[in-house]
Design a protein around this ligand. Sequence first.
Ligand code: SF4
Ligand code: FES
Length: 257
Amino acid sequence: MSTPTLDKHSAALDAAESGAFEQITITLRVRRFNPEVSDEVTWVDYQLEMDPKERVLDALHKVKWEIDGSLTFRRSCAHGICGSDAMRINGRNRLACKTLLKDINPEKPITVEPIKGMAVLKDLVVDMDPFFQAYRDVMPFLITKGNEPTRERLQSAEDRARFDDTTKCILCAACTSSCPVFWNDGQYFGPAAIVNAHRFIFDSRDEGGEQRLEILNDKEGVWRCRTTFNCTDACPRGIEVTKAIQEVKRALITRRF
Ligand code: SF4
Ligand code: FES
């Protein structure tokens, strides 16, 4: 027989499915760290009344705005576009703004912690500088030779489709920070940088492919990938990250792209 609490949660979840508004009590368990106060990490539970259709980001906002203004996290668009609120939610990399409470079993404490493999600056905020340095290192911009064209550079629909998947990246770092090679070796470029190199290597208008391939042929480049698929599973944009990395490896061997 289920407990009254579970019945209440189930009713709330049913109401959520039907579109009605109802509140449930959730426990948001947040990893807190403030180096200005202590070197110790603490886990703090917050009991919150939430609509199951709300998102983890809404729960974090509720804590910050109503309980403890010192809670620190990044977010901007709140709609899955800016990529700033990637975090580990119940042990999995996700965007807080795209994670509905009803989809992650709100009957149990919901754990929220920073993404792995990067230095934690405060609470859920990590140092993204090495991540963006790797992105800059692969030259994520169109490289061309010769004179400026007098009209736009044409491209067939087929050529455009060749790199369509990797144009969707929002640089959230969910892939890179889910990669065991990246955890163990801070020098590895990581999946996100390779995805963004792929976006230009396979663009028929670009003429910098050879340069990028040489950069990724480095000992910290694509050959570090162990094809664990963590990155593909983590990507909130559904990008086939591992496939993109494999295509870059193949291009390095065949020099055809
Ligand atoms: S490939 Fe996906 S997971 Fe990786 S940074 Fe881009 S959007 Fe985020
Ligand atoms: S806040 Fe912009 S992607 Fe979540």
